[in-house]
Design a protein around this ligand. Structure first.
Ligand code: SAM
Length: 265
C-alpha cells in the first residue's frame, strides 16, 4: 500500500518529538511499567519515528532488556540512529519495516508499543492490530497511544491557524483516517481480540513561544500536493503566525493523548 504519511521532519518537529517523549514519560510512566516496561524486558516500538520515545524506553528496561524500533521512513530512521548514538544506549536495534508486516519474531515480546501511528493508517488499522497482536508473548502486552485531532485547544484562539489545521484534518479524512481515533483505541483492542488491561488519558501543554508549531505545519507539502491549499495560503498563514507570536503573553496548545494496554485472553 502506498505510504500516505503526511508529516515531514524538520528542526522544530524534532524538538516537538523530544518534548512529547518527555511529557509521555512523565504522564504515562506507571502505565508503561504495568505494561511491562521493566528491567530485562524485550520490547518493540513500532513506527518509532525519530526515536525520542525509543531511547526513553531503552533506559527503563535496563539492565538486561532490549528494544527494537521499527520505522519505514529513511529520514526518520537516520535521525533516530543519530539520537540513539548520542544517547549512548546499546540495547536498541533500529530496523526498517511496516507495522502490518514487521518480520519480527512472533510471540517474542513482553511489550509492543505503537504511538501516533494508527491515526495515519486508517484503512489498515485492523490488519496492523492483527499483526502486532501476533508479536506479543502469552504474558505480554500491547500498548497503544493516539490523539483526537478535534480535541486540541490553542489559547488564545487564532483563526488563521485553525484554517490551516482544518486543511490537514480534511486531508487525513480523505485518506480514510479517523481523526478522533484516540478515545477509541481501547475498543479497537477488544475488537482485535485482546483483553483491555488499562486505559488512560492526559493533556500535554505546548508553549508555542518556545518554537514549537502546531503539527499541521509539518504537513505543508502533503496539503499542497493534495490541492487543499497553495503556497500563497501558507504565506498568509505564516504572516498571521508571526503576528500571533508577537502578541504579548502566553500562547499555549493543549494536546490530548489517549492510551490503552491490552493482553492476550
Ligand atoms: C507521528 S510519528 C510518531 C513517532 C513516535 N511513535 C512518537 O510517538 O514519537 C508517526 C511515525 O509512524 C511512522 N509510520 C506511519 N505509518 C507506518 C506504518 N504503517 N508502519 C510503521 N510506521 C509507520 C511514520 O513514518 C512516523 O515516523
Amino acid at each position: 500500500m502506498e505510504n500516505q504519511y503526511t508529516l515531514k521532519l524538520c528542526e522544530g518537529e524534532l524538538e516537538r518529538y523530544k518534548h512529547m517523549a518527555g511529557t509521555a514519560k512523565e504522564g504515562e510512566l506507571d502505565s508503561w511499567r504495568k505494561a511491562g516496561i521493566l528491567p530485562g524486558a524485550r520490547a518493540a516500538d513500532i513506527g518509532c519515528g525519530p526515536g525520542a520515545i525509543l531511547v526513553e524506553l531503552a533506559r527503563l528496561i535496563e539492565p538486561g532488556g532490549s528494544i527494537v524500533g521499527v520505522e519505514p521512513d529513511t529520514e526518520a530512521r537516520s535521525i533516530a540512529a543519530e539520537i540513539i548514538s548520542k544517547s549512548g544506549q546499546t540495547n536498541i536495534e533500529l530496523i526498517s519495516g511496516d507495522a502490518e508486516s514487521t518480520r519480527l519474531v512472533p510471540s517474542s515480546f513482553d511489550v509492543v508499543m505503537i504511538r501516533h501511528v494508527l491515526l495515519h493508517n486508517g484503512p489498515r488499522t485492523k490488519a496492523i492490530l492483527k499483526h502486532v497482536k501476533s508479536l506479543i508473548k502469552s504474558t505480554g502486552h500491547l500498548y497503544l497511544c493516539e490523539t483526537d485531532l478535534t480535541g486540541y485547544r490553542q489559547i488564545p484562539f487564532d483563526n488563521a491557524q485553525e484554517n490551516l489545521w482544518n486543511r490537514w484534518l480534511e486531508l487525513l479524512t480523505i485518506q480514510g483516517n479517523d481523526i478522533q481515533i484516540g478515545p477509541k483505541i481501547g475498543h479497537l483492542m477488544v475488537e482485535a481480540g485482546l483483553e483491555l488491561v488499562e486505559r488512560g488519558a492526559r493533556f500535554s501543554i505546548v508553549d508555542l513561544n518556545s518554537g514549537f508549531r502546531p503539527t499541521a505545519w509539518a504537513a505543508k507539502m502533503a496539503i499542497i500536493d493534495a490541492g487543499l491549499a497553495g503556497e500563497e495560503d501558507f504565506e498568509k498563514w505564516e504572516d498571521a503566525y508571526q503576528k500571533y507570536l508577537d502578541i504579548p503573553g502566553e500562547k499555549l496548545l493543549f494536546v490530548p493523548h489517549f492510551w490503552a494496554v491490552g493482553s492476550l485472553p
